[in-house]
Every structure is written in structure tokens, then in C-alpha cells.
Design a binder for this molecule. Structure first.
Ligand code: HEC
Length: 244
């Protein structure tokens, strides 16, 4: 019996390490999928040079939530051009740049208490809401040093993942310097968020996956079939041990 228990303890070590490695790998895959999605959202918005959103009637618009506003006067139904009196309605459109689209979706996911969340951040941030936490700073610095495109670690029971955002020519228009940035960006962020260097890691997509490997996840993975197989294996081991 003693030998059997010893055997059980010894055998469970590699099993747990193996299970942890499979589980953590799975979580990193999950984080990569989220990061891919966020990247695609950014690319989608970038291919239209930002997205124009129509202001709903009577909506109060948060000035920090768009770069530019365009007022469009609707023409008469017969398509003739209108003079001021005959204008039926003015529509306001607001421009959302890609990072803003990504942040708004990130905010929606947080409010929804969705299990997985993400954010876009940089150590040269424009919006203070996007300032990096300690994991995110470490991720940016590590990727800069190692010239790698991802970084992850488990912290406080969570899998934290970062995907590098490398500055391309397209980013420099707004993030190189306040003087060169479009007036709307400059007006919102007169000082910070600038100094990007071409080809450098200047920001990250930061993904958080809850429930890193632990007793809770082991319990959640329990199923009777595996328990039965383990029991049979133990009985077999006991028989072999007794024979020797
Ligand atoms: C049209 C101007 C514009 C362009 C082009 C642009 N950005 Fe931004 N970026 C902004 C603004 C404005 C914000 C702040 C958004 C917010 O309020 O969340 C921002 C935010 C960010 C953030 C989040 C941290 C912060 O600064 O608040 C990152 C990271 C970022 N941009 C990276 C990039 C990268 C990488 C590119 C190129 C692929 C790029 N940006 C192109 C205007 C721009």
C-alpha cells in the first residue's frame, strides 16, 4: 500500500506538469486568436482611413471620441440642390481612427463582463485611458530588446498576452510629432503620444485570459471516464507491485 501511494505521488507530478503545459498552450492560442481579430479590426478601419460614424439625433458626442466632424446637408428628395431654407436635415458624421475603433470595442467587452478582454496600449500613449500597466510595460520593453512579436506570462491567476504593434509609415502621420500630426489629433493631444520610430515596437495589443492553470481548472476538467481509467491503472499497478 505504501509503495502504491508513493508510486501515485511520483506519477502525478509529470501528469500535472503535462496538463499545465497543455492548458497554458491552449490559453496562449486563445489569446493569439483574440489578438488576430483585434489586428483585423484595425486593418479594416485603416483600409478606409478611419470610419465615419453618423451621429444619432440628439446624441451628445464625447469630444475625445473622434478626430473630425463632417456636417452634411441632405438635399431635397427630387435631388435638386437646396438653399439654406429648404434644407431638411443636417447630419453630423464623426471620424474614428483605427485605434479608437479598437478601444471602443475593448470598452464594450469590458462592460459586458466578457471573460476575455483586450486593450491597445503604448508607453507613448495619447489617451491616458490607454496607459500601460506593469505587465504591459514589461511586455513592450522585452519585445523591443528581443525583437520579438509576442510576449506572455501568467500573473495572478490570469494568462496575460501581448502582440507587438510595429510603427509603419501610416502611423507616423499622427504619432511622429505633435507638429506634424493632423490638427484634430494635435488639438486633442497637444503633448503626448508622439515620438514613434519607424519599424520599432511602439505599442501592443494586450489580451487577458482568465483562469490560468490551477486547482480550479483541474476540478473543472474532472470527468468520470478519466477517473475510471486512472482507477483501473492504479489497480493494475497494485497487482504488478504485489507480484514483485
Ligand atoms: C489619424 C491619426 C492616427 C493614425 C494614422 C494612427 N493613430 Fe494611433 N492613435 C490615434 C489617436 C487619436 C489615439 C487615441 C485613441 C483613444 O482615444 O483611445 C491613438 C491611439 C493609439 C494607441 C493606444 C495608446 C494611445 O496612444 O492612446 C496605439 C498603440 C496606437 N495608436 C498605435 C498606432 C499605430 C501602430 C498606428 C499605425 C498602424 C497608428 N496608431 C496610427 C491617432 C492615430
Amino acid at each position: 500500500m505504501k509503495r502504491l501511494l508513493l508510486l501515485l505521488v511520483i506519477a502525478s507530478f509529470p501528469a500535472i506538469f503535462f496538463a499545465k503545459s497543455i492548458y497554458s498552450n491552449e490559453q496562449v492560442q486563445q489569446a493569439r486568436t483574440v489578438a488576430n481579430m483585434v489586428e483585423m479590426i484595425g486593418k479594416w478601419a485603416a483600409q478606409y482611413k478611419g470610419i465615419w460614424i453618423k451621429e444619432a439625433k440628439g446624441e451628445v458626442v464625447d469630444l475625445n471620441s473622434h478626430l473630425d466632424t463632417l456636417a452634411v446637408n441632405l438635399v431635397n428628395q427630387d435631388n435638386s440642390l437646396t438653399d439654406q431654407e429648404s434644407v431638411q436635415e443636417t447630419l453630423n458624421f464623426h471620424l474614428k481612427n483605427p485605434a479608437l475603433v479598437q478601444r471602443e470595442i475593448s470598452d464594450l467587452m469590458k462592460n459586458d463582463n466578457a471573460k476575455t478582454s483586450f486593450r491597445i496600449t503604448s508607453d507613448k500613449y495619447m489617451n491616458p485611458k490607454n496607459s500601460p500597466n506593469s505587465f504591459e510595460r514589461k511586455a513592450i520593453e522585452t519585445m523591443r530588446e528581443n525583437k520579438s512579436s509576442e510576449y506572455f506570462e501568467e500573473r495572478n491567476g490570469k494568462m496575460l498576452y501581448a502582440r507587438a504593434l510595429v510603427a509603419t509609415e501610416a502611423c507616423m502621420r499622427c504619432h511622429e510629432s505633435a507638429q506634424k500630426a493632423p490638427a484634430a489629433v494635435q488639438a486633442l493631444y497637444p503633448k503626448q503620444g508622439y515620438g514613434y520610430q519607424l519599424g520599432q515596437v511602439e505599442g501592443i495589443i494586450s489580451v487577458q485570459i482568465p483562469d490560468a492553470f490551477g486547482p480550479k481548472t483541474l476540478l473543472a476538467a474532472f470527468d468520470w471516464l478519466s477517473a475510471a481509467i486512472a482507477a483501473i491503472a492504479l489497480v493494475l499497478a497494485a497487482m504488478v507491485l504485489r507480484k514483485n
